[in-house]
Design a protein around this ligand. Structure first.
Ligand SMILES: Nc1ncnc2c1ncn2[C@@H]1O[C@H](COP(=O)(O)OP(=O)(O)O)[C@@H](O)[C@H]1O
Ligand SMILES: Cc1ncc(COP(=O)(O)O)c(N)n1
Length: 289
């Protein structure tokens, strides 16, 4: 790992509930020692129960954010989450191609439906366009089963994750992680040549809001830290699963938010104390700094 903090980019949408979207990505990047920059393409009025409203950011504002980040920071990895519309996909395709040509690994998380069941993408032509515009610039794509089925254009439940991954590779994705669900534990990774079942423990505490966002940001962050793709996707799964296990089960009625930083954990992921903040840490005002 390099001794400089790697800078990563997320292109995604704001989750007012703080668990997923760019807010979740920032925490996931921080959890693997990366500095997060953000290009906000949409805004959601959201809590754990679902999305009450959503707005897209005008394309010129998206492009200006991308330009500011690209010219101001040495990006070491990027991820793209929500893509909303055809117009937006077409607008970001060019800058993403340039990033990829500069050797920046790009993780494509084709978020379409949230854990709570709200739609985050206007389907229609967008499905084919995601493959056309984002697969060629991707280092890896990280759909869940439902997103993989939608992108592959197959009926739900009829295909193995192996078959889905191969189908998406056939549409141009260089490598594919089909993430796990309630019935298929662990993740399925196809590196373009070989298949790997990343085994994992399933946690049934209902704290999965933001797991997919955390996972794809973790893959990008770990690539930025110099891990190989195979190591990054393995480690990202274990950290995402931990973030579910440590999840904020007391927050919200719907799927609870993950805790990727281990803020609420009794013990951190390395066995020491978690990031829980005891009030005794606060310095009295009269202590000179
Ligand atoms: N209940 C769970 N227990 C353990 N790991 C989980 C659980 N839910 C999701 N994960 C892991 O979190 C990551 C994101 O997966 P997933 O929830 O399928 O993404 P999405 O939010 O896109 O549906 C994957 O590595 C997956 O295996
Ligand atoms: C802005 C935004 N982006 C992505 C997700 C998906 O997250 P999840 O599937 O974990 O609910 C979300 N809920 N909100």
């Amino acid at each position: 790992m390099s001794d400089q903090v790697p800078v990563c980019l997320t292109i995604g949408s704001s989750d007012s509930g703080g668990g997923a979207g760019v807010q979740g990505d920032i925490k996931a990047y921080a959890s693997v020692g990366c500095f997060a920059t953000t290009v906000v393409v949409g805004i959601t009025a959201q809590n754990t129960a679902g999305i009450a409203g959503r707005w897209t950011v005008p394309v010129p504002a998206v492009l200006a954010q991308l330009d500011a980040v690209r010219t101001g920071f040495p990006l070491r990895a990027a991820k793209i989450g929500t893509t909303w519309s055809e117009e937006l996909l077409l607008a970001v395709a060019g800058p993403l191609r340039e990033l990829a040509a500069d050797g920046v690994p790009i993780v494509v998380d084709p978020v379409m439906v949230t854990t709570a069941g709200s739609w985050l993408s206007d389907l229609g032509r967008t499905r084919a366009l995601v493959a056309e515009t984002l697969f060629p610039v991707a280092t890896v794509i990280t759909p869940n089963r439902r997103e993989a089925e939608l992108l592959a254009g197959v009926e739900p439940g009829g295909s193995s994750r192996r078959a889905l991954a191969e189908k998406l590779a056939g549409l141009g994705a260089p490598a594919v992680v089909v993430t796990g669900g309630p019935r298929e534990h662990g993740d399925w990774f196809f590196d373009g040549v070989e298949h790997h079942h990343i085994q994992g423990t399933h946690h049934d505490n209902g704290a999965e809001h933001g797991a997919g966002c955390a996972h794809s940001a973790l893959v990008a962050g770990l690539l930025a830290q110099g891990l190989t793709l195979t190591s990054a996707v393995g480690e990202a799964h274990h950290r995402a699963a931990e973030s579910v296990r440590n999840g904020h089960v007391h927050l919200g009625d719907g799927p609870h938010p993950v805790d990727v930083l281990g803020i609420g954990a009794e013990t951190g992921r390395f066995g020491g104390p978690g990031l829980r903040f005891p009030l005794s840490w606060a310095r009295p005002l009269d202590v000179p700094r």
